[in-house]
Structure formats: C-alpha cells, structure tokens
Design a protein around this ligand. Structure first.
Ligand code: HEM
Length: 432
C-alpha cells in the first residue's frame, strides 16, 4: 500500500471511529437488530439537503414565481424532474423511516437508562422531520400545496384563547400569501437544517456514550469475556454501506418512475373537494371528524406527545431490554392490544358515520362532553383498568403493560390515517 493511500485509509478510519466504537458484538450485526433504520434516516436527511440545494438554483420563494420555477425545473431543466423526485420521495420515505426507527427503539425497549434522554432528542428530531416536510409542502405553490396547508393552519383556530393568534402568526397576516411563503421557506431551508445538524450529532454521541445500540442482557457486561467482538471495519461498515446503497437505489427508482406531484397553480378562490392534509397529519384530520375540535386539535395531541415524552421516565425496575417485545407474553399482549385498537377504531368510525351523524345530542355545547370529555374518560379509565389487571392478574411487567397500551393507540392512529387518506371522498364522506 502506498503511503498516500495508507494516509487516506487512516483518515477515513479515524472519521468512522468518531461515529462507531472499534469493535461491536458479532450478534449485534444481525439486520433484524435495528434494521439499519437510524442510519437510513441519516442518509435520507443528507439526500434531502443535496437535492434541495440543487433546486435552490432555480427556485424563488415569491407567490408569482414559485409555481413557474417548479414547472420550469420539471420541464426545462436537465434532470430537474428527477432531482425534484429525489427530494419528494426521500422526504416521504424519511417520515416513514423515522417513525419505524422510533417503533424499533420502543419495541426493543431501547429507551431505558442510559438511553432515556436520547429518546427525547429523538422526539425532537421527529418534530423537525414533520416541520421540514410540512413547510416544504407549500413551496411549489400549487393547488395541492395551498389547500393542504390551508386546512392544517385553519385547524389551529380551534385552540382556545391563542388559536387565532397562532394562525395569523404562522400565516404572517390575515391570509396565506407571500409572507407565509417566505416564513415557510426560511424554516424549510435554514432553521430546520440547522436544527438537524445540531441535534443529529448529539443523538449519535449519546448512542456511543450508552455503549452502542442496545443489546440483550446475554450480550452485556456480566458475560463480557464470552462475547465475540468483531472490528467495525469491515464488518459493520460493509453492512451499513449495503443498506445505504439499496435505499438510495430504491429512492432513485421511485423518482425515475413516479414524478413528484404538481397540480395547477394555487387558486385561493377554488378549493378542491375533498381537501386533505398531508398524509402524516390525515389521522388528526380524521380525528377532527369524530371529536370536538378542541379535543382533536389540542387535548388528544398534547396527551399523545406528553405520553411519548414520559415513556422513558416511568418506573420499570430491572426489566428486559434489547429483546423485541420483551418476551413471548409481551409480543402476544401487544398483538392483541393492536387488534383491539384496529377493531374499536373501525367500529367507532362506522357507528359515528351512520348512527350518530345527525344526532342533536352530539351537537352544540354538549358536543364537548359527548365528543371530548366522555371518550377521554373512557380511554383513561380503560387504560388504568388494563394496567391494574396486567400488573396484578396478568403477571405482566410495567414494560409489557406500556407496550400494549402504546400498541393500542398506534394501531388506532394507523387506522384513522388509512381511513382519512384512502376512504374519504367529497365532503369528507366515507367512500370506497
Ligand atoms: C432524523 C431522525 C433520526 C435519526 C437520523 C436517527 C439516527 C439514529 C441512529 C443512526 C441510531 C443508532 C443506530 C440505530 O439504532 O439504528 C439511533 C439510535 C437511537 N435513536 Fe434515533 N434517529 C432519529 C430519530 C429518532 C426518534 C424519532 C427516536 C425516538 C423518539 C429516536 C431514538 C433513538 C434511541 C433511543 C436510540 C438508541 C437506540 C439503541 O441504543 O438501541 N431516534 N438513531
């Protein structure tokens, strides 16, 4: 090996060893351990920045020009259509991958100490992914973008006391226009990337500080001498490169086959019917059809976020982590809770649509009780009863109980999203 290539190899190795330890347990190399989802999220963020920077050569964030710029990018710029496709597809795949990564972390119980705070940093990253996606949605200034963003911003008005203020703050005035576009642009191309590149290194550093990704007890300290460790280079790095290449190939293929959507230019006087929020917010839009707006927009999402932040700080004792679903019993109870979540959500949606649709009982002032306090009370009471039963009678650990409750809400939210995205037609009525 020539001195020059040796020098290159050693700087590359040095860089890698900032991210990885020298050696990792051989068993932790199994793909099913993490599915490489955290690394995929990082790669997708990088793809976003690269493709987005290229689009900035053509794009102007002004309502009269924005749509035309995107049209020119797609029809007159060499590879413009493909580059926009890469940006669009990697953004959508990123939301899915980050959510899956979070589920992997949750269901392998990788949120216990010393990883608790990293769970919170991860939640911030999830917030940045959603804000980046949402602010980017408006930039093409077409009908789809304009009305999807309008729907989401209008939802804010239902927040008591500060809703209207918030709505006007985000719009930068009384209606969506050039001030909104510049605000969204600044968030999308400056603030969010800065947040990503500050929080991501912090997130990775915490993974290393915790001794690498979580591993089952049999791989940890007590039997240290029995663990077979292998160097990260080549063992882990080659696997990461393989996952990365497959991911990039998939995103490129999607971008080459399916164009990013571009409808006609935004027309504030003509709203499409139905007008739907972006897919990752459709679940909340669907929730709004069944609950009092204050509960759908504020109370439920706040409880949901507070619950997510609280998960690592509950008292778990010395419980299993690093094993999918903790145990066979954990797997079964999470599966059953998930199925109950799916069936009750479907039942509630259909009963609400066909039985209660015109019930005056649910309208007006009493709507807050019937469509807010009552469902919240039922969920709270049901959750407490289940936790009590699981701990006392079902012999379940706290982790298994939390996992089952989470699986219930997760499956309910997935159903709300599927129904909202696929089975709502004009006037948001159910349609096949
Ligand atoms: C842009 C978003 C994100 C990126 C780039 C990212 C990246 C990563 C990477 C590379 C790892 C180590 C390898 C792996 O577990 O796959 C990791 C681990 C971890 N992530 Fe994330 N992550 C993101 C979002 C999240 C979210 C939303 C959560 C949870 C709310 C989260 C919580 C964690 C935790 C607790 C670990 C340690 C897991 C363990 O030790 O097994 N991350 N992340």
């Amino acid at each position: 090996m020539s001195p020059k290539s040796y020098q290159h190899k050693s700087s590359f190795t040095n860089l890698l060893l900032h991210i990885h330890p020298h050696a990792v347990p051989e068993k932790s190399l199994k793909l099913a351990h993490t599915w490489g989802l955290g690394g995929m999220a990082l790669l997708l963020v990088i793809l976003q920045v690269l493709s987005g920077s290229l689009m900035l050569f053509v794009y102007h964030p002004v309502p009269d020009k924005a749509y035309h710029c995107v049209w020119v990018l797609m029809n007159a710029v060499t590879f413009g259509r493909f580059i926009r496709g890469v940006h669009y597809w990697s953004a959508n795949v990123l939301v899915a991958v980050v959510l899956l990564h979070m589920l992997r972390v949750f269901f392998t119980s990788a949120f216990h100490s010393p990883r608790r705070f990293n769970w919170i940093i991860g939640l911030c990253l999830l917030g940045f992914v959603l804000v980046s996606n949402f602010t980017g949605y408006l930039l093409p200034w077409d009908q789809l973008a304009y009305w999807a963003v309008t729907i989401c911003i209008e939802m804010l008005a239902y927040i008591p006391w500060i809703g209207v203020f918030l709505k006007n703050l985000i719009r930068g005035g009384g209606e969506i226009g050039s001030a909104t576009l510049s605000t969204f642009f600044v968030f999308h191309v400056i603030l969010m990337p800065v947040c990503f590149f500050t929080f991501m290194p912090f997130h990775f550093w915490r993974v290393r500080k915790a001794g690498g990704v979580v591993s089952p007890k049999s791989l940890r300290g007590d039997v240290e001498s029995a663990i077979n460790r292998v160097p990260v280079l080549p063992h882990l790095v080659v696997r990461e490169a393989a996952v990365g290449l497959v991911l990039v190939a998939c995103v490129f293929m999607l971008s080459a086959i399916f164009d990013a959507p571009l409808e006609s230019q935004a027309n504030p006087g003509l709203s499409p019917n139905p007008t739907k929020a972006p897919w990752y917010f459709v679940g909340f839009q669907e929730l709004q059809l069944h609950l009092a707006p204050e509960f759908a927009i504020l109370v439920f999402p706040l409880i949901f976020v507070a619950g997510l932040m609280l998960i690592p700080y509950l008292s778990y004792g010395d419980e299993t982590c690093g094993v999918w679903f903790c145990s066979q019993r954990g797997r079964r109870s999470a599966g059953v809770a998930g199925m109950i979540g799916v069936t009750t959500t479907l039942a509630v949606i259909f009963i609400d649509e066909w039985v209660f649709a015109d019930a005056t009982l649910l309208a007006g002032g009493s709507g807050v009780v019937m469509r807010g306090i009552l469902p919240l009370g039922i969920l709270f009471f049901g959750g407490c009863m289940f936790a009590w039963w699981g701990r006392r009678k079902g012999n379940m650990s706290t982790n298994e109980v939390v996992q089952s409750i989470f699986a219930f809400f997760l499956s309910a939210f997935v159903m709300l999203t599927l129904i909202g995205a696929l089975f709502r037609g004009p006037g948001m009525a159910l349609a096949w």
